[in-house]
Design a protein around this ligand. Structure first.
Ligand SMILES: Nc1nc2c([nH]c(=O)n2[C@H]2C[C@H](O)[C@@H](COP(=O)(O)OP(=O)(O)OP(=O)(O)O)O2)c(=O)[nH]1
Ligand SMILES: [Mg+2]
Length: 313
């Protein structure tokens, strides 16, 4: 079976709602909601197909878009490559030009809609920002809270609270404080023993590579309503993370870093290869800063993650 290349767009309103459309019953995956788009024609680029399909289906003109995620999925009757773009700017007012129902949905409400099976990663990607802040180590809790408050004001929306220099009790106390600070403003990912997860229902969990290996074959360790992420460094870890059903990963180190000068950096090319086979959002980490975002998006990542380059001074 030949894989069908599809271009689809995540379109946002001024107040951050996302546009979805209902597929007509006579179509493949009919009756389910979709991100508007359609098949890439022979000789056409995905970006051109996106513009053509959104003009045909919604009557809008796409003026700026950037890659969001690529998903390879095999339905029993069809193989697709969904090439999903974030539409950054468009002209016109979207309407169902083919009679299809439309809905503007808050990103956090997307999981409540019925989409084709391939769309799980698109929904995750549409809800995640393009920067993942990992807190620096060796800061006192008050310094950390102060820095996080500045980061929130600067627009950070996804935060991993690292723990290595604190004992369990102090980390848990800090985690509670960070969760109150970030409530309604940023998603917080905690790290630590999974037994702690039930005590922090508002937090997602970020697994270490060692935890992915320990949980291999045991299925997703926390409820699917919560964010689950993992730190990956090679293909084997990415595969184990995918089997566990993680929502996103970090992949590192991309470039050599001052703190790990001897670690073998993956480089951009290898990062692209690793991401092509994954199909969930991935943040690239290690020696990168906000200036590397465009390159990270080009190799198929959701965005960039970092510690120093992202921490407000
Ligand atoms: N547009 C879109 N297609 C999706 C999504 N998820 C998903 O599995 N698909 C699948 C369903 C279809 O098999 C294929 C898209 O084809 P399509 O029916 O939209 O193609 P088209 O707009 O060119 O329509 P047509 O001319 O064939 O009627 O991708 C999604 O979110 N958006
Ligand atoms: Mg279509």
């Amino acid at each position: 079976m030949k894989r069908v290349h599809v271009a689809a767009g995540v379109i946002r309103s001024g107040d951050g709602h996302v546009l979805i459309a209902k597929r007509s019953l006579d179509k493949h995956q009919g009756g389910l909601w979709e991100f508007p788009g359609g098949k890439v024609e022979a000789g056409e680029t995905a970006e051109a197909a996106l513009g053509r399909e959104l003009a045909e289906e919604l009557g809008i003109g796409v003026t700026a878009a950037r890659p969001l995620i690529k998903i390879t999925h095999d339905y029993p009757d069809k193989q697709v490559l969904l090439d999903v773009w974030e539409v950054l700017a468009f002209s016109g007012e979207p309407h169902g030009a083919e009679g299809q129902p439309l809905a503007w949905v808050h990103p956090e409400d997307l999981p409540g809609f019925s989409f084709p099976a391939a769309n799980r990663a698109i929904v995750a990607a549409a809800r995640l920002p393009d920067h993942y802040l990992i807190t620096p180590d060796h800061l006192s809790p008050p310094e950390l809270i102060g820095g996080l408050a500045l980061a929130l004001d600067a627009g950070v929306r996804l935060i991993q609270l690292r723990s290595t220099s604190l004992d369990g009790l102090a980390y848990r106390a800090l985690a509670s404080e960070v969760l109150s600070l970030c409530a309604g403003r940023a998603k917080v990912m905690l790290k630590g023993p999974l037994e702690w997860a039930r005590d922090f229902p508002a937090a997602g969990w970020h697994l270490t590579a060692q935890q992915i290996r320990q949980h291999a074959g045991k299925g997703r360790p926390i409820a699917s309503s919560r964010w689950l992420a993992a730190s990956c460094h090679d293909e084997a870890e990415i595969e184990l993370a995918a089997e566990l059903g993680v929502d996103f990963v970090t992949v590192s180190p991309i470039l050599p870093t001052a703190t790990h000068p001897d670690a073998q950096a993956l480089g951009w090319h290898r990062a692209a290869e690793l991401l092509a086979g994954f199909g969930q959002p991935a943040y690239l980490l290690g020696g990168l800063g906000p200036r590397d975002l465009a390159q990270a998006l080009r190799v198929g990542a959701q965005g960039v993650a970092g510690i120093r380059a992202f921490w407000p001074d």
